[in-house]
Design a protein. Structure first.
Length: 508
């Protein structure tokens, strides 16, 4: 046994000496982008609570969550089952996108924040109840990451729970270090929440070229600086906002001569939030009756507005939100926590009504409705994000149109250096992240096979040396037998008497 261990040790040293230098994120660029659909997911055990989001399995066995991407978060936040009292409170579970029961996961490990492997960038509120822990996270059919950092958070707001896509996202870091995505760059199409909904998708380590409108170019923006006024990384400046009636009449809600509005792109919010002045003007031109007693910018179905909304940024980037996206039948959470029609006699708008708010308290947001019309690509490492007009409607989910965003990095003498940028190729067609993980397993098996061969060669050499030694000793004994009288002890195998037949097991 000791000799075998020594042989293994020597073989391992030989294997390492023959291997190439270790690379940072070895084979990153050979891994296809991680594709995560944004759609309706069942999150309760009885199958009744359905939430629109990105599906994740957390714990062992998996507890299912449906979470909305959040660019203002750096850690994955989920709700504790105690926030909903029990697993039978499907209205609460549906609204939260799933709840976590630590007692039902065999791989749950609680941690203190200072020793935790998540991001330290997020600042939790003093009144919040937060537990930092690690567990297994599964990306649908795309593989798993062990020891994934998570936060148990209370139900404290619309965007409190979610998948973090911030600058220091532990989610993005885990996806790349766990070799389920080629890089931490990401892209997103929010899908449509109109009365004819379409699933969206989040892509880690690349983008979906089929979602980018043909014959259009990406417009590049710098990553913004996080401030109290704009607590977000994706910042834009809005130059003009206008409402155009079906007959072609255009009304300016924010004119060129006015001060531009600095806004955040926020994937966790669906509606637009503009200044109180813009919200008031929008209500006026669309016929909103502020004395009707209706909450929000709601209209009787007989008085449905017929116009579109146009938003132009200061760099000239233009987005038109069509009527069917801007106005829909009144929807909200039903008794099962599902997003559904709650009043078919009212029409709701995609603009938050904050006409009576203090302008100093309002943070302008371009939410999911804006990102329905645009395809978003974010690369924090490059310090930029990009947008291009998005293809509308459903597309086939063959994933052959995914283009990787990846720069291969190698470590030479402890220094990390880029060695080239991955480019789209037909070889990525049809691949999945399961395949990427399988390739890693095959590579590991190949290394073990090589190690086994080396061990076998060493053991064969030692066996040959032993046989040679025995042969020499036997020859020497044979030479001495002609000169000495040797007394023979009874054989422990053969009994005294004539030779008998022996049966020997085949050699292993």
């Amino acid at each position: 046994m000791i000799s075998l261990l020594l042989s293994l040790h020597l073989a391992l040293l030989l294997f390492l000496s023959l291997s190439p230098p270790t690379q940072a994120a070895t084979g990153e660029c050979s891994i296809p982008p991680l594709y995560l659909p944004w759609r309706n997911i069942t999150v309760s055990l009885d199958g009744l609570a359905v939430t629109r989001g990105i599906e994740l399995g957390i714990g062992t066995p998996s507890q299912i969550f449906s979470l909305r991407p959040a660019t203002t978060l750096n850690n994955t936040r989920i709700s504790n089952v105690l926030e909903c009292v029990s697993l039978t409170n499907i209205t609460c579970i549906g609204a939260a996108g799933g709840v976590f029961d630590a007692t039902k996961s065999s791989t749950y490990e609680v941690s203190i924040r200072s020793a935790w492997n998540g991001s330290q960038a997020d600042s939790e509120t003093a009144t919040g109840s937060y537990v930092y822990f690690n567990d297994v996270l599964k990306f649908e059919r795309n593989g798993s990451v062990f020891g994934f950092p998570l936060v148990n958070a209370g139900l404290e707001g619309e965007a409190d729970n979610g998948i973090p896509l911030g600058v220091d996202s532990s989610f993005l870091n885990a996806a790349t270090s766990g070799l389920v995505a080629p890089s931490s760059a990401w892209s997103l199409w929010a899908g449509s929440r109109s009365l004819s909904p379409v699933d969206g998708a989040l892509v880690i380590g690349g983008y979906d070229s089929a979602r980018v409108k043909p014959n259009t170019n990406f417009t590049t923006f710098p990553i913004g600086t996080w401030t109290s006024a704009q607590p977000c990384p994706l910042q834009v400046s809005v130059a003009t906002i206008s409402y155009t009636f079906l007959n072609g009449t255009e009304v300016k809600l924010l004119a060129e001569a006015e001060t531009p509005i600095n806004a955040c792109l926020d994937t966790a919010r669906q509606r637009f939030t503009f200044t109180p002045k813009v919200a008031s003007l929008f209500g006026n031109v669309t016929g909103y009756n502020s004395s009707s007693g209706l909450t929000g910018l709601n209209y009787p179905i007989a008085n449905r507005p017929d116009g579109n909304l146009t938003v132009i940024l200061t760099n000239g980037y233009k987005t038109v939100v069509p009527n069917e996206e801007l106005f829909t039948i009144k929807r909200g959470s039903d008794d099962l926590g599902r997003y559904a029609i709650v009043n078919d006699s009212l029409v709701d708008s995609g603009i938050n009504y904050n006409a009576n708010a203090d302008p100093a308290d309002v943070r302008a947001i371009l939410g999911g409705m804006f990102l329905t019309q645009n395809y978003l690509v974010v690369d924090y490492e490059a310090g930029t994000f990009k947008m291009a007009p998005a293809v509308q409607g459903p597309l086939d989910e063959d994933r052959g149109s995914l283009v990787p965003i990846c720069t291969q990095k190698a470590v030479v003498n402890g220094t990390t250096t880029p060695t080239g940028t991955a480019t789209p190729s037909s070889s990525t067609k049809g691949k999945s992240n399961v395949g990427a993980i399988a390739c890693g397993v095959v590579g590991g098996l190949a290394a073990l096979a090589l190690l086994a061969v080396l061990v076998w060669l060493l053991m064969k050499r030692k066996k040959k040396d032993r046989e040679e030694k025995i042969r020499r000793e036997l020859a020497n004994t044979h030479r001495q037998s002609s000169m000495l009288s040797v007394s023979e002890l009874p054989s422990p195998i053969h009994p005294p008497g004539p030779p008998q037949q022996m049966f020997e097991l085949p050699s292993p």
